[in-house]
Design a protein around this ligand. Structure first.
Ligand SMILES: Cc1cc2nc3c(=O)[nH]c(=O)nc-3n(C[C@H](O)[C@H](O)[C@H](O)COP(=O)(O)OP(=O)(O)OC[C@H]3O[C@@H](n4cnc5c(N)ncnc54)[C@H](O)[C@@H]3O)c2cc1C
Ligand SMILES: NC(=O)C1=CN([C@@H]2O[C@H](COP(=O)(O)OP(=O)(O)OC[C@H]3O[C@@H](n4cnc5c(N)ncnc54)[C@H](OP(=O)(O)O)[C@@H]3O)[C@@H](O)[C@H]2O)C=CC1
Ligand SMILES: O=C(O)C(=O)Cc1c[nH]c2ccccc12
Length: 437
């Protein structure tokens, strides 16, 4: 047995020595007397809050230099939550009363900052988890990180954390998806992913190709219109567009209610009939519906239906042009699969996101190859050997909150049992020592 390095939470522990020698000398090794949480987004913060309330020590490792980096760094200026506020607040800390029904991104970020402050949560920033592996022999997780360098301190630091519990809270949207397109290198204009898009201000009077028609593609196209740019939005397959509200009531709220009482297919049928009554047939605008219903599709593939906040009206008026799939790009132009050839100034890839879990978690029983728990909601939060997942339910923030409550309670229970056990054996050892004298 040997101990090498710092102790967190002032509880010194001996760490069994089972590492490669190289590893040991290159990395600082830290025992964590509680779970390591990866990611300081809403999911990681909610688990942290639950653990704090139960007196369980933990650390949160976050690759960015702030909490909720998806919201702070990878979303556009005018973004608002598209689900009503009651579905987006985290456990045990309601939104301020004066928040509107659909809080703005800045209101949501402020709320998350207050949340972290209220529960006294201080994540370790600029620290990216590179790998996490379960050590079967000792029943412990080994979590390797790299601490980002700053200009004043150029040396990269590598750290290894050792812990009993690992909480994966890196999100369903951890990395942008950037597809390959023929001829894109010849295009010559500006190309960016929707996660880097802030506002349409810079695009005034420009022809912009928006690739993808999920909520990002629709909302970026709408924002471009509002800034007097001309977007063409690529719809290569199909999409479910639903009104954000039906008769003044949130469609998402209605969907939750329907799902509680009816089979999914029937809930979907009702939503589609209501959408048809409100929108009519959208096929004439190039918006075909998938064969699966919106809720079933979300459940099976994770594809979120579009909740319309005004893009549809711009499509009807022709201000947003709907175009089919891309064949190839050339200098300043795009050729589409139907033979159309458009002159364009810029491209925005609203082509979605993916989980990054497979790139760092050395495990293939609990998580799928896509980095989502294999068991679906509500059975996808607990794996073996102290492994947990939060925020992979395909149910947005409300799913993350439910996960977080289950996970923090479960960990607190086993943490208390284990520490009681340890305290007992330490006390017994202590008694034996005393009886020697
Ligand atoms: C544009 C947009 C709008 C959305 N709007 C809504 C909405 O209105 N309502 C709703 O319910 N949901 C919405 N969502 C879904 C969104 O996933 C959730 O709102 C929420 O952000 C999920 O929280 P999370 O903590 O699980 O993931 P994230 O918010 O993505 O947080 C994960 C954190 O983990 C960090 N991380 C990732 N990999 C590592 C690593 N290897 N090491 C260390 N840290 C790492 C990331 O930097 C990030 O800070 C939206 C998503 C997008 C993209
Ligand atoms: N206001 C809000 O709250 C907002 C919420 N969000 C959320 O963020 C998450 C991510 O949404 P989003 O970024 O829209 O991603 P999505 O995964 O929902 O959509 C990706 C889109 O890109 C298309 N696409 C992918 N590859 C290609 C390709 N090679 N050629 C053409 N099209 C392609 C997809 O088409 P296909 O279906 O054919 O694969 C699809 O239309 C969702 O959960 C969404 O609800 C996003 C924006 C705003
Ligand atoms: O906005 C998101 O990314 C969400 O995941 C929220 C969400 C979860 N399930 C849905 C079903 C219909 C519309 C939005 C959502």
């Amino acid at each position: 047995m040997m101990y090498n390095g710092t102790c967190h939470n002032n509880i010194p522990q001996m760490v069994p020595h089972s590492f490669d020698q190289d590893d040991l000398f290159a990395r600082r090794c830290i025992w964590v007397n509680g779970p390591v949480i990866v990611g300081a987004g809403p999911s990681g913060l909610a688990v942290g809050a639950g653990l704090k309330e139960q007196g369980v020590p933990f650390i949160i490792l976050e690759r960015a230099n702030c909490i909720a980096s998806l919201w702070q760094k990878r979303t556009y200026d005018r973004l608002k939550l598209h689900l009503p506020k009651q579905f987006c607040q985290l456990p045990n800390f309601p939104f301020p009363e004066d928040f509107p029904e659909y809080p703005t991104k800045n209101q949501f970020i402020n709320y998350l900052e207050s949340y972290a402050q209220h529960f006294d949560i201080s994540p370790q920033f600029n620290e990216t988890v590179q790998s996490a592996k379960y050590d079967e022999t000792f029943g412990l997780w080994r979590v390797k990180t790299i601490v980002s360098t700053s200009n004043s301190n150029p040396a990269a630091a590598e750290v290894e954390y050792i812990c009993r519990w690992l909480v994966v809270a890196t999100g369903e949207n951890a990395e942008k998806v950037v597809p390959e397109f023929e001829g894109l290198e010849e295009f010559g204009g500006n190309v960016m992913h929707a996660c880097d898009y802030k506002s349409g201000m810079a695009y005034r009077g420009k022809q912009v190709l928006v690739v993808g028609c999920g909520n990002s593609g629709m909302e970026v196209s709408l924002d471009l219109c509002n800034h007097n740019a001309s977007p063409s939005m690529v719809v290569r397959s199909s999409v479910h567009v639903l009104p954000r509200e039906i008769c003044g009531k949130s469609t998402f709220g209605l969907a939750v209610l329907l799902m509680k009482w009816l089979p999914l297919w029937l809930a979907d049928k009702i939503l589609l009939i209501l959408a048809w009554l409100i929108f009519g047939n959208l096929e004439k605008y190039g918006l075909r519906r998938p064969s699966l219903g919106p809720l079933e599709l979300k459940n099976i593939s994770g594809k979120t239906p579009v909740l319309d906040i005004g893009a549809l009206q711009k499509i009807r008026s022709g201000e947003i042009k709907v175009v089919p799939g891309i064949k190839r790009f050339s200098h300043g132009r795009v050729e589409l699969v139907d033979g159309q050839n458009l002159e364009i100034d810029s491209i925005i890839l609203a082509t979605g996101y993916r989980s990054n879990v497979p790139s760092w978690l050395k495990e293939n029983e609990f998580f799928s190859r896509e980095g989502i728990p294999k068991n679906s909601f509500p059975n996808g939060w607990k794996g073996k050997g102290g492994l947990y997942a939060v925020g992979f339910t395909r149910r947005g923030l409300s799913g993350a909150s439910l996960d977080a409550m289950g996970v923090s309670q479960d960990i607190a229970k086993s943490w208390k049992e284990e520490t009681k056990q340890k305290r007992k054996s330490v006390a017994a050892r202590h008694r034996r020592c005393i009886s020697h004298f």
